[in-house]
Design a protein around this ligand. Sequence first.
Ligand code: FES
Length: 149
Amino acid sequence: MEPEDLLAVGEVSRRTGVAVSALHYYEQLGLITSTRTTGNQRRYPRFMIRRISLILVAKRLGIALSDVAHVFATLPMDDLPTSRDWHRLSRRWQSQLDAKKREIERLQHELTGCIGCGCLSMKSCRLLNPDDTLAVQGAGPVRVVHETS
Ligand code: FES
């Protein structure tokens, strides 16, 4: 790799808008890598900017860094992610967003049932007892609500 293909951390930070401390954190997580100069300074391959761009997109979509790390493990660390890689990642993240959307819609539906009710029943309120999970703990009340007023 030619020296002009390697960027100092400050240059990567300036080009991506990502704080130097965050770049170090991403490196700690194994999302990006750098090499060291003889003076022990970090140098990032120019193509690492594209990986950082993917991290920024994932963050905007609300994708956890642990999931980014999971999918990045399938990408080459020593080369640019290809358009095929991007297609695969974006489809995975789209399906995660779809799942989140369905969950939000389900919660909205349950909340709609509670508006105007206010019973806050541990037994029958679906927001407090989704899928009647408390039923497996036995019949009758399984939680005690302490009133503080
Ligand atoms: S508050 Fe009554 S069902 Fe949720």
